[in-house]
Design a protein around this ligand. Sequence first.
Ligand SMILES: Nc1ncnc2c1ncn2[C@@H]1O[C@H](COP(=O)(O)OP(=O)(O)O)[C@@H](O)[C@H]1O
Ligand SMILES: [Mg+2]
Length: 181
Amino acid sequence: MALHILDLLENALEAGARHIQVTVNEDAESDEISIEVQDDGRGMGAEALQKALDPFYTTRTTRRVGLGLSLLQATAAQCGGNVAVESRPGQGTRVAATMKLSHPDLPPLGDMGATIAAALSREEPVELVYHHRRGPKEFHFSSAWLQLHLGEVPLNCGPVLDWAQRYINKGVAELYGGEGK
Ligand SMILES: Nc1ncnc2c1ncn2[C@@H]1O[C@H](COP(=O)(O)OP(=O)(O)O)[C@@H](O)[C@H]1O
Ligand SMILES: [Mg+2]
């Protein structure tokens, strides 16, 4: 799942986003997991939005097929869910995937710390919020909060990114009562 989120974060960064919000919500009662990535990048017009979920469409020039969104869509469909993309040119994009929490094919969450750290490692600074709810428990990470404590130290340097990765993975593990996932 973290790799899908990494794909979405890369799309957002490529679209020039300055603020990105990642929200994961696991709700056993409704048997649903939702994953949402919202950005303030350049967005897509109606036509581009329609094409965005087509694996043979990409605006990148380094590869002929765009796979991020269509792979996510395949995973979601496989796990009894779907993907919704909302976008406004010049304003931003919101990608929301939902899946059945108890589905046997549901991918494991994976390394969320590494995913968030990778997004923060870019040269251009980005403000990133990661919010993860699991039933009554929640974990919140904000890069702006971290930057505030760092003062002059840049966020996108090795030791800080390593720390952020561990901090996030520890926080997420606590959502699972330490049993991990
Ligand atoms: N968050 C986003 N903001 C703006 N455009 C996006 C965003 N996500 C996807 N797109 C557009 O949809 C296309 C397909 O995305 P994707 O399936 O991830 O493939 P790829 O990133 O390899 O092109 C991208 O090339 C881009 O034009
Ligand atoms: Mg992509």
